[in-house]
Design a protein. Structure first.
Length: 253
């Protein structure tokens, strides 16, 4: 049986290679994405392996999590303004406290594919969002509400941009720094359920799917659990008298 994640990864790498081949054949830039962190890493690995250097990853702002992969012919210098990305500002009442999940759900309910959506940068009363240019007109006409909350959508974005989703700090006491122990603490799972989630490919460790339950987690690692969110490990504390380990970090909102 073919592993679903491996098949998906193979198809994605083929798309990247096709974009590079078309760029070389037609001498025109090609774009894929928005990519998530795992896809971004895969794109960087592929270009390194085949020695292709005339590419750029850009998501609309300097600290973009989700980016578009752009490949360019030899005669073109990769530039931000060539990317098919549009920005919008959604305004709403600060008391409504809309979240990243609220905005994403609203877009998906309109039938918009996740791959055409970049970052949502949210603060009280304002969300700056980045989308593929080809869906910008549709969004501008259709996006009137997020959930039951009315919004006003404007083209463009003013600096300074919102800081983004923000995070909540956490600390846990765990048996060890093994990945399954960390996942159990982060997700509120039993050790058995954490093992099952890892083996099912639901966990990424530093942007790559990890199916090794015994893999060691260290300071600075980034972990995502499907359905549970994204986490950053800031540091591990001293071993307790009972031989357990304190872990400190942040969960993104």
């Amino acid at each position: 049986m073919v592993d679903k994640h491996s098949a998906k990864q193979t198809m994605f790498l083929a798309r990247l290679q096709d974009a590079i081949d078309l760029c070389n054949r037609w001498h025109k830039p090609q774009f894929i994405g928005f990519l998530d962190e795992n896809e971004r890493l895969a794109a960087e690995k592929l270009t390194s392996q085949i020695g292709f250097k005339n590419y750029m990853l850009w998501g609309g702002h300097a600290a973009s999590e989700r980016v578009v992969f752009g490949v360019f012919p030899d005669y073109m210098q990769p530039e931000e303004q060539t990317f098919p990305i549009k920005s919008f500002t959604a305004c709403f009442r600060p008391c409504d406290q809309l979240s990243h999940r609220d905005f994403l759900g609203a877009f998906l309910s309109l039938g918009i594919e996740r791959a055409t959506l970049g970052d949502f940068l949210i603060e009280d009363g304002r969300c700056v969002l980045f989308v593929r240019a080809e869906i910008s007109d549709y969004i501008f006409m259709q996006m009137k509400k997020v959930g039951n909350i009315g919004i006003t959508l404007k083209a463009g974005a003013k600096n300074p941009l919102p800081a983004g989703r923000g995070y909540t700090e956490f600390s846990f006491v765990i048996a060890s720094s093994r990945l399954d122990c960390v996942i159990a603490a982060f997700a509120g799972y039993s050790r058995q359920k954490a093992n099952a989630a890892i083996k099912a490919g639901l966990v990424t460790h530093n942007y790559e799917v990890s199916q090794s339950t015994s893999k060691t987690v260290v300071d600075g690692d980034k972990i995502a659990i499907r359905g549970k969110g994204k986490f950053v490990v800031d540091n591990f504390g001293a071993i307790t008298k009972k031989g357990k380990l304190s872990i400190y970090g942040r969960k993104y909102k």
